[in-house]
Design a protein around this ligand. Sequence first.
Ligand SMILES: [Zn+2]
Length: 407
Amino acid sequence: MRTQFLYEKKLKGVANSVQRKQEQYRKIVHHLYYNGAASIAEIVKTVKISQPLVASLVDDLIGYEMLLDNGIGESIGGRRPNLFCINPEYQYVIGVDINLHTLNLAVFDLSNKQIHREEIKYFDLENSETYLNVLIEKIEVMISGLKIPREKFLAVGISLPGLVDAKNGLSHTHLSIAPGGLVAFIEKSLGIVAMLDNDARIMALGEKAFGKAIDKDNVLCLNLSNGIGLGMILNGELHRGKNGYAGEFGHILIDPKGKLCNCGKIGCLETLTSGKVLVDNVKKAIENGQPTILAQYQKVGKKIDLRTIVEAIQAGDQFAIDQLNQMCEYLGKGLVTLIHLLNPEMVIIGGKLAHAGKYVIDPVTMSINKYAMNRIGSETELLCSDLLDDSALMGTMANVMKRFLSF
Ligand SMILES: [Zn+2]
């Protein structure tokens, strides 16, 4: 499907001139989306189109209702200029964050505000027709509940784990049975443009647009949940690699004599340090009579998962903290290789384990201090995401707008 704003569907004339107009409009929309309300003079400075033409293009966009006249701004000497901004309610973006056990849905307006957000728990990701049908049904129920006409939805941004070919809209690990590929299936089912990428890369886009990586050019974003994902911002841009599979950090070899990984190889980083390993180890230890708050949680019927483990860690449970420390030692070791290769200015830890805050940061820092060359390691800032559970959803919004506003 074509990526078009509503007003672009109304443009008429010869193909060449429509395309030129479209580019000029998008330059203005691009400026206002990324910089907020601005005067004609400010827009002229960045878009490099003459003042009278910008004024006329802005007039057109107000006529289409894409822009709003925001009233009078601050004076910088002389008459106070009129400010223009994007009409937040002109169109909306649907964010779909697919996880192994939960599904998060959101609707954003064009000012990046979430006007709707829901979390569907215990919705296990499986490569089945049933999953796909329920997914579409949940989105349909959300759309009809919001009473927003379908044509007002600009796009659906999707984030999911595993190998994803963003360019061709294909997911190879999960939901690969979708007829024609996942993007084609969603577009056909909903009648809305869809865009897809791997969760760690989407989270990196979210951090770059709205989180701690704003204004940073070389940042590694880890998704520490059941597995380990990696999104890389290199020289200011998301790095996807040739086929879009870059960032399979969880599958680098750490222990040649280690355990079998779900990818078929032996001793991948993920077999030593991932949320899944943490949960498995905790469960095994409880069975063997390990004293821990988590054993009490289990007795009162609480499920042992990353959420409850983080809860125990924050309650000061010594055993849970020890388990996390061990995991972070391996993680730090793996990270040092990346830091030595890429010299990032910042490493952001996101995903479910980011909720553990200093309990993750401190042991990973210790491990980096131990294994990294001092000059490189000490200049890399390590911190937890503050977007937390919203980072993938925010990333789907960032991904959609980036794609729409590239020209
Ligand atoms: Zn592996």
